[in-house]
Design a binder for this molecule. Sequence first.
Ligand SMILES: [Zn+2]
Ligand SMILES: [Zn+2]
Length: 428
Amino acid sequence: MKFLIIAALGVAVAGAVALKKAKHDSSSAASIPAEGAADGSREISANPGRPIKLPKLMDLGADKCIPCKAMAPILENLKKEYAGRFDVEFIDVWKNPDAGKQYGVEMIPTQIFYDASGKELFRHQGFFGKEDILGKWKELGVDISGVQAAAGIVREAPVAADTRPRESVCFMCDGDVAAKTKTVVKGQSEQRNLCGPHCYFIYFSSIVGGDPKTEEAKVSVTDWASGNLVAATGATYLYGLDGKGRPTIKAFADKEAATKEQQTSPGNLLAWDGLRSKELATRCAFCDRAVYPEDACGVKFGTTHGHGCCTHCSMGVAARLKQDIEVEAKDGLTGEIIRVKTLNGMIASLEPATAVAWFGQKKGPDGKWVSAGCFKQGFFVNEANLQKWLDARPTMTGRQITIAQALADKMKLTPEQIAKACKLGECK
Ligand SMILES: [Zn+2]
Ligand SMILES: [Zn+2]
């Protein structure tokens, strides 16, 4: 299969280049239909490419055709600026002539507009400017805010039930509570088990108006040496680093035992006050929770670098500060970097453009879906990574959303809601 250019119409950017099979008479008019389209009843079917979840603009052209060349920077710009809102794809039909046939292309460049279900809505031949393209989406009634994007992965019920006994599940992070680091907060009627002192500080920073002294009096930690629970405020802490550079905390009832452990397991010895100031030093710029920078998203606003305790909180920084931000998040599965820039509360750029978000949700007692909290959120460089991450987390429920949606969800919060963001019982 070989296409020939048989005519170039008009001035460079206004024209289109006709495509035609070699066996046709090449001396005739510019817009001889490609084979199979002669009766004009070309079947407009679903996009034969990968299943799409966002509206999509497909441009079929060639790198050497002049109007196509004029389209290239526009497509590049739209791809960045509208990442997560509509997809932009370019196919070179000279290098990939089968695609020209597959899409029924008669002239290049041809732009095909698909809705989020993959249905073709409109096609245009020739150069089409940025404003023309954006105007066409509006005219077609396609929402390209990215916020209404349908589809993606939805998991309303766990694939497998969480069979762990309740006392072995951390109240904050849902992780396993290991016997050697178990931390207990005694409430008025029930006790809350936490996986370690770090989750206590997250818990403390999630209480509305919590007084450190009052809360601390209720906390017990496990003595690393004996396995017994002891008062947190009286213990000595060995603050070290794991292989990944993330802090580890071991509690000791007896300072001598801590010093002994320090010889084989390096770290700093801290009393409770020292531990508290270290643990509360870095806070989420959206919800104010204690975070380890190693776990957090980097958020830049103005000349300041801060942190978001989870990917969704990092988007919330734009809402809380009413500022444009730059976020550096890590793919929940692979740790690959995802960069998001905002402009006036909207996505200004997203790298990679294929990145998606997981909104971890659970069904409340009233049947309404609510956020499952900061530990259940994530960004991924693509949907395949999200799927793998979910496969390894059978108890997780929630839905895939766009990064634009994750931002929009935060932007619509009222100042009152932001003030209580992620606080216990107030998670939005
Ligand atoms: Zn925990
Ligand atoms: Zn947060």
